[in-house]
Design a binder for this molecule. Sequence first.
Ligand SMILES: [Zn+2]
Ligand SMILES: [Zn+2]
Length: 569
Amino acid sequence: MKNDQIAECFELLADLLEIQGANAFRVRAYRNAARTISSTAESISDFSTQGGDLTEFAGIGRDLAKQIQEIVSTGQHAQLEELKKQVPSGVLDMLRIPGVGPKKVAVFFNELHLTSLDELRAAAEAGVIARQKGFGKKTEEAILKNIQMATEASARISIAEARAAADGIVEDLLKLDGVKQASAAGSCRRRKETCGDLDILVSCDDSDVPMNALAAHPFVSEVLQQGDTKQRVRLKSGVELDLRVVPEESFGAALQYFTGSKEHNVVVRGLAKDLGLKVNEYGVFRGDQQIAGRTEQDVYAALGLPCFPPELRENRHEFALAAAGPLPKLVTLEDIQGDLHMHTTASDGMGTIAEMAEAAKARGLKYIAITDHSKRVSMANGLDASRLRQHWKEIEKVRESISGIEILCGIECDILEDATMDLPDDVLAEADWVIAVLHYGLKQPREQIMKRLMCAVTNPHVDIIGHPTGRLVGRREGADLNIVELLKAAADHRVMMEINAHPKRLDLDDIHAALAKEMGIPIVISTDSHTVNGFDVLTFGVDQARRAGLTCSDVANTRSLKDFRSLLK
Ligand SMILES: [Zn+2]
Ligand SMILES: [Zn+2]
């Protein structure tokens, strides 16, 4: 059982208990446990079945540990099943309405006896909701407006789409007369791999200026809501964007507040309270006096904290890092010197060897590896031994004809379903760089997946595991693998791990990459380019590495080729 499934059980339990009006402390305990479990890289299920002590994890006490064991061993949670019987599924659907949480749903269910979205809609239309204590006409209207969205599938967009939209709009807002500052906030600024909606902050004396510009922006399809300082629009892609106009003296505070994450900000507010201060979207306050707010730097400094890079603000390790000294300097796009995963016309790429090398050089890269597919990937025209050897000869020719960039002869070699390599050892031995990957049979049982990965890791010629889990963000789950076991073996056999930078892959993910770092495994951020423009995605891989807390020394392809080579076995 995957960690996310266990976490989901606890989240659902917390929702159901809250709807039933259970003790707030108990509800919070489940939510904390869910968060711990979903942000743990190690398989909780394996840890539990192997007799590990679950109370070692933050927020997991004796009682919760027992419940986890129950979920892992029986595949379900008796109390959760019981609660599900008491609360109709239509009531849980109400939780998907933006702005409606368990407390409001509790009123709908317990006091108004509404059990589905349709019944809720009818009640709102009849004006019943507005008459409830704590609800008003506005809330009722919001529910009516948002109920449709709850019925539609909740669409999240990739970080690539999110950044294209948010960065493009910010750039255009900054060109307007009177606009002093503008920035994306929220999960997009934290570079989360998918975003549910977008947030932009702007400071401008006349809020009509940015709002009118946004309403007329080519990315925008309609204005959903407009107030004095806040505007909500829907983009043509379907995703919603909130624009907030904030005073200059509060810009940093608002940026800090709306960048989040919620979990990060809870800790920030707690630390402020300990200092006798209050922090909100307007500033840091001692009593009524504002002591910071103009820049994020000021806001954090007023609390004795460093200005955390947004990618770290998830309440994972950042506060511990800050307590231990200056924050580590995270890897940046400019640090990357080589790209070690790309395809050419020899397999399914669109560029020739020379075109890819020139394009990489034009972007300032100092070295690349050409890594076309091996023969198993027949639909991508994968190479057998003799074609591969011929291909390498071609690479050598290009190598001699182009200066200013080094080219390694590589291969992206499939790890076959029967746990053998797609190419014989003597061929792999001739390569400068061997990426081993799973492409097929991703649904095989964990035992076989691990057997395949171990076959690659223990092969003396394999340098790295490419897109290790095989997941596609939002579309396909990764193979069922034991990440800890894989990383341990990789560390023992000096095999590196890839962060595949394609926004559809981002594999390893942030949590697994952080674990690899902890285990001392060099990470390589690769583009897996199939065209000369494919190098564009490098930035998303770097984002993911930053979310994992990786520095230059953790990322092997920040080194010169000579230093990089010294890492190879
Ligand atoms: Zn691949
Ligand atoms: Zn590839």
